[in-house]
Design a protein around this ligand. Structure first.
Ligand code: K7E
Ligand code: CUA
Length: 765
């Protein structure tokens, strides 16, 4: 039977290879013209492709951090290729990264528990990159949750979420996150008015008791954390605050927050009243809040605050007394608010208007200094007359929403939601320069470093709300559509559509790729969520199982392709903590760890230590294994968690194995190892004869290979010791392990050799 199968395979292979040879002769590769004809591509398409296509191994010029909307995550992609590189989980558990599955990240998520409720999602809107002197510096990223007022802090060292803080006073927010020019503060402004501190008052008290606010979260760059104890808020009227931006250069020290529903309408469609949408859009204007945060910081430090939920809040009364907040009218249902790169202008869109309004910071300051106000609002805040603050108003089209700046002076791009267009215009002169149609209904847009003091130009991305007919249909829930636009010329050119199947990405932030310097591996035994050394970090050789009452701590290591220990016996009812260190140094050698039916998955990148905790409440045999395909013997990277039933009495017995090995088996394995060593020696010879030390990637591969060869030497010694005692069983198995390490070393060595070949290494004397 066996014989027949083998014969059939041989025959099949023969036929297949003959067939291939015949096909290769008959069909030459298609020419460019033929491909264009077959796919219906124009010259313009080809140009767009040439501008975006990134050949294998190529890199992008810019990296975009996009909100993941309702997914509670952040999406990272490259420009111009539009290739997605990563999802960073922030408010939502995500198993691939172990986020919300290991104890270290659970501690981060626990920071987001709000009023005792554990949330498993977030509505992310506005990512903000940390800035130095008004330009993104590539160190940190922040993002807000609109639904439950929270802010996440992500380190760009490893693209992991490090902290979630809960706003102590708001019940809803939207005007976050935006940073001040040196990331002194991370700004988070309210959306729907509520009772500060999340208390109760009847809606009939809306004008008297409901409030908005803005929180200035103090950021400690050295620690890479927000410091709630050094943060403060300013109480604001119950206008529905919307977006925020921080002043820069000439307007440094100020921040701007627009609003809608300054009508303070309270709906009630169920009792026959017109809905919110009618009442909140009736008036012709709403209010832009102009806030002196530098002065507010002094007022806060002087202790002129009210404590709400242990959080210092500057009251409206104090804000009026100290001259911290001013209002200016802005057109119908405004949305974006974006300070120009030079800090001189503030541009605001109006969802139900056709114009964008450009306010002059200089004029605003002049009005404040001259106390030239048209009056005060019902809460005592001074109102600057619109005409006294405006530089220019420009009709752009229907529904101007958000703005981004170009590297060319005075050039700005504004999304037109209703028109499904982007307008390019000059905000100094107040004239429209170009328009382009997008598909469809753009919300935010992002230009490269387009909110920095020094925008980078090149590309603009339209973050569209609707995709409608752009992609292959996938059911009623469509992907979002990010459209890449070339803005280098006078006319905007649409280059590429990228479907986003994650959530609604409201906003994105872009940075030059070379500003990012992420880690390749962690310092050995790092708790990535704190950045410090993990107290359970374990070196190879000191793995152990420690019991303390009913708690069992398993100090493990993971390396290609085994866990140590691999058989773990516990009793029903024990709490088991698997504290695992990935002892690899090699780039991209991540291991996973899952335990059957216990809802565990870890992601262990090189050097990282993570903990999986379970309560062994069900006795039985539970296999654990590595969930990342890390090596040829990844499937063998396995073990057993043996949970013994209560009252189980052990009977001593030898482990019964399926195979018994003889001296002949041992000799055969040793011969294989000797042959393998010859291959390794030749690869080592090839590498060391070249200037491999000039290539950091190769140097670290060589380091890793040397590690593996040391492990091989150790296994070889064990094998030989067993052979000396004629213990052929262990001698053969250890010889097999010795070979495993050799194979890994050879694999790494070949990778290094290929790299050297492809990167023009030269022979050294
Ligand atoms: Cu316009 Cu939340 Cu910034 Cu959506 S927001 S688009
Ligand atoms: Cu380690 Cu798969």
């Amino acid at each position: 039977m066996k014989q027949t199968i083998r014969k059939r395979f041989t025959t099949l292979a023969g036929v297949a290879s003959l067939g291939l040879a015949a096909t290769a002769m008959a069909v030459p590769a298609e020419t460019l013209d033929e491909v264009m004809a077959r796919r219906g591509l124009s010259q313009k398409d080809l140009l767009a492709a040439a501008k975006t296509y990134t050949p294998t191994g190529g890199r992008d010029e810019f990296i975009v951090f996009s909100s993941g909307g309702q997914s509670g995550q952040i999406m990272v992609y490259g420009v111009p290729s539009m290739r997605i590189l990563k999802y960073v989980s922030v408010f939502t558990p995500e198993p691939w990264q172990g986020y919300g599955f290991d104890e270290e990240s659970k501690a981060v998520l626990a920071g987001g528990i709000i009023d005792g409720r554990e949330l498993t999602w977030g509505d992310t809107h506005h990512p903000a990159l940390s800035e130095t002197e008004g330009a993104p510096d590539g160190e940190f990223l922040f993002i807000n949750d609109k639904s439950a007022p929270r802010v996440g802090v992500i380190s760009l060292d490893d693209f992991e979420t490090k902290q979630i803080v809960v706003n102590p006073i708001l019940q809803s927010e939207h005007g976050g996150t935006f940073v001040t020019p040196n990331t002194e503060y991370v700004l988070e402004a309210a959306q729907y008015p509520g009772i500060l501190g999340r208390g109760f008052a009847p809606l009939s008290d809306f004008n008297e008791k409901f409030r908005g606010a803005i929180t200035y979260w103090k950021f400690n760059r050295e620690k890479g954390r927000i410091e709630p104890e050094n943060s403060f808020s300013i109480e604001l009227p119950p206008y529905t605050q919307d977006l925020t931006d921080a002043g820069k250069l000439v307007s440094y020290g100020w921040s701007f927050t627009n609003s809608f529903c300054a009508e303070r309408y309270v709906g009630g469609i169920e009792s026959g009243r017109p809905p919110f949408e009618a009442g909140c859009s009736q008036a012709d204007t709403d209010f832009l809040h102009i806030i002196n945060w530098k002065k507010a910081e002094e007022v806060y430090k002087a202790g002129k605050v009210t404590m709400i939920n242990d959080h210092p809040v500057i009251s409206l009364e104090t804000a009026v007394e100290e001259g911290l907040v001013y209002l200016v009218a802005e057109p119908k249902s405004p949305h974006g608010v974006d300070v120009s790169p030079d800090g001189k202008f503030i541009v605001v869109g109006g969802k139900l208007d056709v114009t964008a309004s450009v306010y002059s910071f200089e004029k605003i300051q002049a009005a404040i200094e001259a106390k030239n106000f048209s009056g005060v609002d019902p809460y005592g805040l001074p109102i600057i007359k619109m005409e006294d603050a405006l530089h220019v108003q420009v009709p752009l089209g229907l529904g101007p929403l958000h703005n981004q700046y170009d590297s060319k002076p005075c050039v700005i791009y504004t999304s037109l939601y209703v028109d499904s267009q982007i307008a390019k215009w000059d905000y100094c002169e107040g004239k429209v320069l170009d328009k382009i149609s997008i598909h469809y209904n753009v919300g935010h847009l992002v230009a490269m470093e387009g909110e920095s003091v020094k925008p980078a130009g090149h590309y603009l991305i339209s973050l569209n709300k609707l995709a409608i007919d752009r992609f292959n249909p996938v059911g009623p829930l469509h992907p979002q559509n990010h459209q890449l636009i070339d803005i280098t010329g006078d006319k905007m050119e649409l280059l590429y559509d990228m479907p986003v199947p994650l959530g609604e990405p409201h906003y994105a932030a872009a940075i030059a790729a070379d500003k990012l310097k992420p880690l390749v591996r962690y310092r050995y035994g790092t708790n990535s969520r704190t950045g410090g050394k993990h107290e359970g970090a374990t070196r190879p050789g000191s793995e152990r199982i420690e019991r303390d009452g009913t708690t069992v701590n398993v100090y493990m290591t993971a390396i290609r392709s085994h866990f140590t220990p691999e058989i773990i016996e516990v009793n029903e009812g024990d709490t088991v903590n698997f504290i695992i260190t990935n002892s690899e140094r090699a780039e991209d050698e991540t291991h996973g760890f899952s335990v059957s039916t216990y809802n565990v998955n870890l992601s262990l990148e090189p050097g990282k230590t993570s903990t999986a905790s379970i309560v062994a409440d069900k006795p039985g045999i539970f296999s654990f294994y590595c969930t990342e395909f890390c090596s040829a013997l990844h499937l063998e990277m396995e073990g057993y968690l043996v949970i013994k039933p209560k009252g189980y009495v052990e009977e001593a017995a030898a482990v019964s194995e399926g195979q018994a090995y003889t001296q002949a088996d041992y000799d055969k394995q040793v011969q294989t190892n000797v042959d393998t060593q010859a291959v390794i020696d030749s690869v080592v010879g090839y590498i060391t004869a070249r200037n491999y030390k000039d290539f950091p990637e190769v140097a670290s591969l060589v380091e890793d290979a040397v590690d593996q060869l040391n492990f091989a030497a150790d296994a070889k010694a064990k094998s030989e010791a067993a052979a000396a005692e004629s213990d052929w069983q262990n001698a053969t198995l250890w010889a097999g392990q010795w070979w495993q390490y050799q194979v890994k070393a050879a694999d790494i060595g070949l990778r290094a050799k290929t790299y050297l070949d492809e990167h023009g290494a030269v022979v050294v004397e």
